[in-house]
Design a binder for this molecule. Structure first.
Ligand SMILES: Nc1ncnc2c1ncn2[C@@H]1O[C@H](COP(=O)(O)OP(=O)(O)O)[C@@H](O)[C@H]1O
Ligand SMILES: [Mg+2]
Length: 240
């Protein structure tokens, strides 16, 4: 961890979320604090509530009960969530969600439409971001012309567009081969280290989880284990 600050960027207390009129309890009392600049991985079996938790952190969904504060925004109060998302959060999904019929460059520009940047500035920034993920030469291509790993790198560039404080990644390497996964992870880890970005990755892959400062294990909508990486041992199961 980058120990230059001890501030909590995330504070969650007793967070609950259910679906289907309360029949499915996706989150069942989550308490969690994450420090600014920390790299946390979230593991747990399918259906345990990992994506729901990540969606709450990114204000893509709203909890039923409990409190959730992220980067000085009180998300339970349900105000200015668009501003919060565009200023603070970079989201990377398993299936990258790029828009297929516009260029790679235009895909990266999309989050910047919510800012005051001019067209020229958006363009320059998108090129700079493509350079960071090593895809400057592909800027004019449509996502459909890229490999899975390249698309995921575009998704990373897009997530970085507005210089987020927090990157939320939901199984970002789930659809990639191990060599490409490693590259993607190296890139995310580099951002975390160099820019003190708080990085939260949901993953099935223990090789990914092990890179984090802390591994959080979720089961039935609850956190059942939170281990410092230095204490990682065989008690943590490998899912998937
Ligand atoms: N939009 C939704 N509507 C109904 N049930 C949902 C919805 N999203 C998630 N769930 C349910 O909530 C539980 C947790 O899901 P999820 O957070 O996606 O788990 P994970 O990401 O760990 O696989 C599961 O039982 C899932 O079926
Ligand atoms: Mg999920």
């Amino acid at each position: 961890m980058n120990n230059n600050t001890e501030k909590n960027i995330i504070e969650i207390e007793n967070l609950e979320k259910s679906y289907e009129n309360g029949h499915i309890k996706a989150l069942n009392g989550i308490d969690l604090k994450i420090k600014e600049g920390e790299f946390v991985s979230i593991i747990g079996p399918s259906g345990s509530g990992k994506s729901t938790l990540l969606n709450m952190l990114g204000a893509l969904d709203i909890a039923d009960n409990g409190s959730i504060k992220v980067a000085d925004y009180d998300l339970s109060k349900n105000k200015k969530l668009d501003e919060f998302r565009s200023k603070k959060i970079g989201f990377i999904f398993q299936l990258h969600n790029l828009i297929p019929n516009i260029s790679v460059l235009e895909n990266i520009e999309i989050p910047m439409f919510e800012t005051k940047l001019s067209g020229k500035e958006r363009n320059n920034r998108a090129i700079e971001l493509l350079d960071i993920v090593g895809l400057k030469d592909k800027s004019k291509k449509k996502p459909t012309k890229l490999s899975g790993g390249e698309r995921q790198r575009v998704a990373i560039a897009r997530a970085l567009a507005n210089d987020p404080s927090i990157i939320l990644a939901d199984e970002p390497t789930g659809s990639l081969d191990s060599r490409t996964s490693k590259k993607i992870l190296e890139q995310l880890n580099k951002l975390h280290k160099e820019k003190n970005v708080t990085l939260i990755i949901v993953t099935h892959d223990m090789n990914v989880a092990k890179l984090a400062d802390r591994v959080i294990e979720v089961l039935d909508g609850k956190i059942i284990e939170s281990s410092d990486n230095s204490l990682l041992n065989d008690n943590i199961k490998i899912y998937g």
